[in-house]
Design a protein around this ligand. Structure first.
Ligand code: PAJ
Length: 290
């Protein structure tokens, strides 16, 4: 039976070593508790907490992993400066009623001599994030596979905010025959539409205002496509609006919502709009169902 959401008075356990993790999981299993895992890199916000809530609805025990995964950052990316707010994260998870925080250090996750990498194909090589961050999905797939093996969850929650990542992880679990069910959770947004992201912390007030153009453009493009306007025209207008606002646009694309393959002309298919753009030193992504 899944327990009720939020406000649990149970103690939040924080575990940093594998034997301790395995001990707690064995205890859960002996007591026939189902487990949901929420993988994160910390700097938690309401988007992460929505995943925790969704996990609480599905399972008896909720594990949140906090691990800033070096394997998914390229040398020129923000590993060093990635926001780390561990004490605040613990307070938020305690308040949300999570049961266990799994927070290994880098040596625990990748012991000396670690020589393994899962390199996903399919939705991981469709020319979206993979085009701009070529090592990203191998880093994500490897760490998520490790987290699933370490925590043995019945469910693992992933945000639609990182839509391609959700598809990659879903495919990995299917292709490797892992027994965890991957659950996608809708994107949590600020009231003005900006998708919550740990990287929003990098934005200056002016950039924060400009960033609204991303969600606005996705909305406008979605209504254009729903009204059967030509895809190229819709995307051109959208791209121009984003660039005019001051972003460097990596991509704005309409793709098959399941496979992320390019749309086939003249065919009705489930469609997802996806955008990635840079302002100053910050790179933001967002997406929307059509
Ligand atoms: P991180 O960026 O911390 O995100 C952790 C989870 O929270 C991901 O599943 C992400 O999609 C989800 N999330 C982030 N912002 C959200 C929002 N506004 N609404 C809903 N969900 C949101 O994604 C990662 O970490 C890492 O790649 C990870 C999967 C942990 C592997 O290292």
């Amino acid at each position: 039976m899944a327990k009720k959401t939020g406000g649990s008075k149970q103690k939040l356990r924080v575990v940093r070593a594998l034997p301790a993790l395995k001990g707690v999981i064995a205890e859960y299993r002996t007591r026939h508790k189902t487990i949901a895992l929420v993988p994160t890199m910390g700097a938690l916000h309401a988007g992460h907490l929505a995943l925790v809530q969704s996990a609480q609805r599905r399972a008896d025990r909720v594990i949140v992993s906090i691990f800033v995964n070096p394997a998914q950052f390229a040398p020129n990316e923000d590993l060093k400066t990635y926001p780390r707010t561990f004490a605040k994260d613990l307070a938020a998870l305690r308040h949300a009623g999570a049961d266990l925080v799994w927070s290994p250090d880098v040596k625990t996750m990748y012991p000396d001599g670690f020589a393994m990498r899962i390199v996903p194909d399919g939705p991981a090589s469709v020319g979206l994030e993979d085009r701009f961050r070529p090592h990203f999905f191998a880093g994500v797939a490897t760490v998520v596979a490790k987290l699933l093996i370490q925590c043995e969850p019945d469910f693992a929650m992933f945000g639609e905010k990182d839509y391609q990542q959700l598809k990659v992880v879903t495919r990995m679990v299917r292709d490797l025959g892992l027994k965890t069910r991957i659950v996608g959770v809708p994107t949590v947004r600020e009231t003005d539409g900006l998708a919550l992201s740990s990287r929003n912390a990098y934005l200056s007030p002016a950039e924060r205002q400009t960033a609204l153009i991303l969600s606005r453009t996705l909305k406008e493009c979605a209504s254009g496509l729903r009204a059967d306007k030509p895809v190229d025209d819709v995307l051109d207008r959208g791209s121009n609006a984003i660039k005019a606002a001051g972003f460097v646009l990596d991509y704005l694309e309409a793709r098959n919502a399941d496979t992320l393959a390019p749309l086939q002309s003249g065919k009705k298919e489930p469609t997802r709009l996806l955008v990635a753009a840079r302002i100053g030193t910050t790179r933001l992504i967002d997406n929307l169902a059509v």
